[in-house]
Design a protein around this ligand. Structure first.
Ligand SMILES: C[S@@+](CC[C@H](N)C(=O)[O-])C[C@H]1O[C@@H](n2cnc3c(N)ncnc32)[C@H](O)[C@@H]1O
Length: 213
């Protein structure tokens, strides 16, 4: 099954319980990623894989004036949860959420000052990651920034990274992601890494990185 189809099925099934499963552990790393991205209030921002919409609310709260945040996600279930969160926060006028595939972003070239993605790039295969990063580069204006938060494999052998890779290889329908060397992927895509910080979740390294187109 294509990545977008299997992700749609998977995240539609768990959209109602995703926050209970993941939010407590991932919240801090996402906040770090947004802090490093240092958005200004009038920027046009795109979030890829917005999930249950926590970062949409965080970003929209930072914006004012012409500032606007767009989001794209492949799962209608996640879209429903995120729309409700944005509506409840009273931020609907600054947020535009869409369904779509990160490998074919439905936006014109140079549309955004910044793109953000947390715990999403590592869902793609090694063949797909460059496709997603090329799409991100295309929709960023020259000089625009990408803020990325992902599980991190820096090439050192650790038990937890090996375990994740093993589970992803043998049970991809349950463990749909694996740690990646995000800074290397960004550099290969022609994006210049500006800032990076690592934290850990249950011993698993997580990297927050900002790169410039
Ligand atoms: C692990 S969740 C992370 C959600 C959110 N970014 C967070 O940090 O809580 C990954 C999200 O990416 C979305 N996704 C998966 N494949 C996608 C694709 N091809 N295009 C767009 N979104 C995708 C999923 O539906 C899901 O909402």
């Amino acid at each position: 099954m294509a990545q977008a189809d299997s992700a749609r099925h998977f995240y539609d099934r768990i959209s109602g319980v995703y926050d209970a499963l993941a939010d407590a552990s991932e919240h801090e790393a996402r906040a770090l990623g947004l802090r490093l991205l240092a958005l200004s209030e009038d920027e046009r921002v795109l979030e890829i894989g917005f999930g249950t919409g926590h970062c949409q609310v965080e970003i929209a709260t930072l914006l004012a004036g012409d500032g606007r945040v767009f989001g794209i996600d492949v799962s209608p279930g996640m879209l429903r949860v995120a729309e409700k969160r944005v509506r409840t926060a009273g931020l609907g006028d600054r947020v535009e959420l869409s369904l779509g595939d990160a490998k074919e972003l439905p936006y014109q070239a140079g549309s955004f000052d910044a793109v953000f993605a947390s715990f999403t790039l590592e869902l793609f295969s090694e063949a797909e990651i460059p496709v997603v990063l090329n799409e991100i580069s295309r929709v960023l204006r020259p000089g625009g920034r990408l803020g990325l938060v992902s599980m991190y494999d820096d090439g050192r052998k650790t038990r937890i990274v090996d375990l994740y890779r093993f589970l992803h290889r043998h049970f991809p329908h349950i463990v749909d992601c694996q740690p990646i060397d995000a800074p290397s992927w960004l550099a290969r895509a022609g994006l210049a890494v500006l800032t990076r910080e690592t934290v850990s979740i249950w011993g698993l390294p997580i990297i927050a990185v900002v790169a410039r187109r």
